[in-house]
Ligand binder design. Structure first.
Ligand SMILES: Cc1cc2nc3c(=O)[nH]c(=O)nc-3n(C[C@H](O)[C@H](O)[C@H](O)COP(=O)(O)O)c2cc1C
Length: 380
């Protein structure tokens, strides 16, 4: 893809809650359905390609949420997290096909093995890191056959399946909704190379991302496959550089030293996650060295696990920052900003023009009506 081709810009549904300040209850917005609906409808109308829905015990369930939002949105794609260890693959394939039908072909799946042993134990997953990825590998072997309606007879270490391969309610997208994936360890990269369509990374500096993509490409090549690439990052875009940096400072202005210490302790429980280790190493919990590369700010990661960096600046600067990732292979950006409703507007109004992203014109239909007239279509 040429470096000036349009990027696909996704937004994020903060299903663990949202607010204008990190590490503070001031202005806190719980992840209620009504608020998720407001963000999803804004993202849909503004012209974001899709939204990412994460998974974990602290998240409003993404599958339930996506199906409820389907008739309330027109174009928006739903990138829904799927955790392999906690659901049977053939059943997960039927659920995905049904949700893809309900969404009229707007479902994407993010395969997340998970990196927090305490959270995983809560869901009955007690495997060690590499063993979890082995289970993910077996899960995807069965899931891909089941979702494509292909027969399978498989016996792995963790999972087995025997199926004649008939999917009565198939997905709209063929052979199945696209698979996305996040995970930075060697075990993770190998699963990505073997099974998925999109490899996702959090926002490390572009050179580090380039190295990781090279390893992912090599893993895919070992399986005779290719990958596409996505970036998950926060954006703080304002009309001027000074305003953007003020907004970044304001975002962590309520963060206390105790809160950072608590985050550091929480992070120890995520020590098994290579992706998280790489994110944390970018700031080492130091407040005074957060601009880790030009306009790349690690302040979010002081408090938040997972995606911990933001591109900060005026529209041209942030657009140039994203183009630097595009130059190393990114074609999809999954962005977010606090609070997610207001920042969706800021990104669409300020950054879309700088990136050449087109805003949709006019409403296609009255949202909800088509859905009422649609029905689930069995395979002929
Ligand atoms: C873009 C992206 C999104 C992720 N979303 C989730 C999520 O919703 N829930 C979760 O528990 N882990 C999530 N993860 C974490 C990965 O699933 C993975 O468990 C973690 O990176 C540890 O694997 P590693 O050691 O291979 O890096 C995400 C990772 C990335 C890169």
């Amino acid at each position: 893809m040429p470096a000036d081709a349009p990027l696909r810009l996704f937004w994020f549904l903060p299903t663990s809650g949202d607010g204008p300040y990190l590490g503070s209850q001031i202005g806190w917005r719980p992840a209620e359905f009504g608020y998720m609906r407001e963000i999803a409808q804004a993202a849909d109308r503004l012209g974001f390609e899709g939204v990412l829905l994460p998974t974990g015990p602290s998240c409003f369930d993404g599958w339930t949420l996506a199906s409820a939002l389907a008739p309330l949105t027109e174009r928006l794609k739903f990138l829904v997290a799927l955790r392999p260890g906690i659901i049977a693959p053939a059943y997960a394939a039927r659920q995905a096909a049904a949700l893809d039908q309900i969404l009229g072909g707007r479902l994407l799946l993010n395969i997340v093995t998970g990196g927090n042993p305490a959270e995983l134990a809560q869901d009955g997953v007690h495997l060690a890191h590499d063993e979890r990825y082995r289970q993910t590998e077996e899960f995807l072997t069965i899931w891909r056959a089941a979702a494509a309606g292909l027969p399978i007879r498989f016996e792995g270490q963790h999972l087995r399946s025997e199926s004649p391969g008939k999917l009565v309610f198939p997905s709209v997208q063929k052979p199945y909704p696209p698979l996305y994936f996040g995970g930075s360890s060697d075990a993770g990269l190998d699963v990505a190379g073997k099974h998925v369509d999109y490899y996702l990374t959090w926002g490390e500096p572009p050179e580090a991302v380039a190295e990781k993509f090279a390893a992912a490409r090599a893993a895919a090549a070992r399986h005779g496959r290719t990958l596409r690439f996505g970036l998950r990052i926060h954006l703080i875009v304002r009309e001027t550089e000074a305003e953007a940096w003020d907004a970044a400072e304001r975002l962590i202005s309520k963060v206390t030293d105790e809160a950072i210490e608590a985050a550091r302790e929480r992070r120890l429980r995520l020590a098994e996650s290579e992706g998280q280790r790489r994110m944390t190493a970018l700031h080492g919990f130091r407040r005074d060295a957060l601009e880790i590369a030009p306009n790349l700010w690690a302040g979010v990661g002081l408090i938040r696990e997972g995606a911990g960096t933001a591109l900060v600046g005026d529209p041209e600067t942030v657009a140039a920052g994203l183009r630097a990732y595009q130059a190393v292979g990114v074609d999809t950006v999954i962005a977010s900003g606090y609070p997610h409703l207001e920042e969706a507007y800021k990104v669409a109004e300020l950054l879309f023009p700088a990136l050449g992203v087109e805003r949709p014109r006019g409403e296609r239909r009255i949202v909800g009506r088509d859905f009422a007239e649609s029905r689930l279509v069995p395979a002929s």
